[in-house]
Design a protein around this ligand. Structure first.
Ligand code: 7TS
Length: 407
């Protein structure tokens, strides 16, 4: 049993102490958005009270304060994911924007007619649609790494998809719909044998495992602040500078230029080249504070505790007659997706809400996963290190109630 002090951590998250529908809130929708600790709330408030200004443009006191806080957040990100240089960490609105930046910046430069982009069967729409859009624009084709019934990618078939036409491999480190942890390092190594760059969707990984982009040797790595206990509107696309320097920006405007005339614009260096306009200053400083928070707790114990919670939730829900678990990969974390007989997941979600339990019901922006399992939707409990076994008991008991209501 993990020694992780979840009670202490819970007390850092004020939202968790409220009641919903007369019941204690039991928040198990962390894959959608995780909650925010006091440290992040206070840092945001402090910034707005004392430092708010625009960045990179003023010589005045507040602008310098805001700029140094914003750049300090970038350095925190760099250290957290072990990037080589802070300028390789581009601030974006979130994972979705990060992947779009790569698809368009890389795609317009390096993807041509007849080329191929390899993605996986278990992707979130944000790691499918941007690639489809650029494939259509450039006359390229999408190829898909298949998965097995457990929700694991079939690696032999992955390797067979790669050839000289493949110009990008993109897949999620952890699936939001299934919880599968993909063997990213091994898959990146395989792609690199063919000289193909890899873009990892790390939205679900950064909050649940140690991520080291240099150890992975990822070419691009995208994630969102709001899933890692930071504010919405914050996020990062890491890219190796060798790639980022060769790519053109996909948005133009202020702050991303060196010189502008009506005839020609030259671009600023990294990271400014990819940060046109006023960025989400308060949000990115909040992301920096979220990283401070994660560094302040025993993160390895927290991740181990999440694995225990997942095992417990799998056992409790799996033991209920009529419950079918969707996604049973050997390497999994934090997500339990399930269906209950022929009860629509939205009905499950609505009844659980009456019990103060927040889960997500739907296709989880992963419609191809639903098509694979031939279900319209699933109910999904997604856990964080502030969840408890008691909450999972409440979830299991409430699912039993749902079955009674419908039988
Ligand atoms: N990639 C994965 C694996 C995700 O889980 C999500 C969001 C995204 C990308 C997009 O992140 P965004 O912050 O840019 O929107 N996933 C979910 C979810 O599972 N439920 O709501 C949002």
């Amino acid at each position: 049993m993990s020694s992780f002090n979840f009670q202490k951590v819970r007390s850092d998250f004020p939202v968790l102490s409220q009641t919903v529908n007369g019941k204690p809130l039991r928040y198990m929708d962390n894959a959608a958005s995780a909650q925010v600790p006091n440290l992040v709330i206070e840092r945001g408030s402090e910034y707005l009270k004392k430092e708010h200004s625009n960045v990179h443009r003023g010589v005045h006191y507040l602008s310098q304060k805001a700029t140094s806080a914003y750049e300090a957040a970038r350095e925190k990100v760099r250290r957290f994911i072990n990037a080589g240089e802070a300028k390789e960490c581009i601030f974006v609105r979130g994972c979705t924007e990060g992947i779009n930046l790569v698809a368009s910046g890389y795609g317009r430069k390096f993807i041509n007619e007849g080329d191929e982009i390899v993605i996986s069967q278990m992707e979130h729409h944000s790691n499918i649609v941007p690639w489809q859009m650029i494939a259509e624009e450039r006359g390229a084709k999408i190829r898909v790494i298949p998965m097995n019934q457990a929700g694991e990618l079939i690696l032999d078939e992955y390797e067979n998809l790669l050839n000289e036409k493949t110009k990008m491999v993109a897949f999620s480190h952890i699936s939001n719909a299934l919880g599968t942890i993909n063997p990213a390092k091994e898959m990146i190594e395989t792609a690199h044998k063919f000289g193909i760059p890899v873009c990892i969707d790390g939205a679900q990984a950064v909050p649940h495992m140690r991520v080291d982009v240099r150890d992975l040797d990822a070419d691009f790595y995208a994630f969102s602040g709001h899933k890692m206990f930071g504010p919405t509107g914050s996020g990062v696309i890491y890219g190796k500078k060798e790639w980022l320097e060769k790519m053109d920006p996909y948005q133009g405007g202020g702050s991303m230029i060196k010189t502008v005339t009506f005839e020609k614009t030259t671009y600023a260096g990294l990271p400014e080249k990819f940060e046109a306009g006023t960025p989400a200053i308060a949000s990115q400083i909040g992301l920096g504070a979220a990283i401070d928070y994660l560094n302040s707790i025993d993160l390895d114990a927290a991740f181990e505790y999440e694995h225990e919670l997942l095992a417990y939730a799998t056992e409790r829900l799996g033991a209920i007659e009529g419950v079918k678990l969707i996604g049973t990969a050997r390497e999994k974390t934090s997500v339990v997706s399930f269906t209950v007989a022929d009860i629509h997941p939205h009905d499950i979600g609505t009844i659980l809400d009456q019990e103060g339990i927040a889960i997500r019901a739907g296709h989880h922006c992963a419609q191809p996963v639903m098509q694979f399992y031939d279900v319209p939707a699933t109910a999904r409990a997604s856990l964080a290190f502030y969840n408890t076994k008691e909450e999972i008991d409440a979830l299991a008991d409430s699912v039993k109630k749902v079955i009674e209501v419908f039988s």
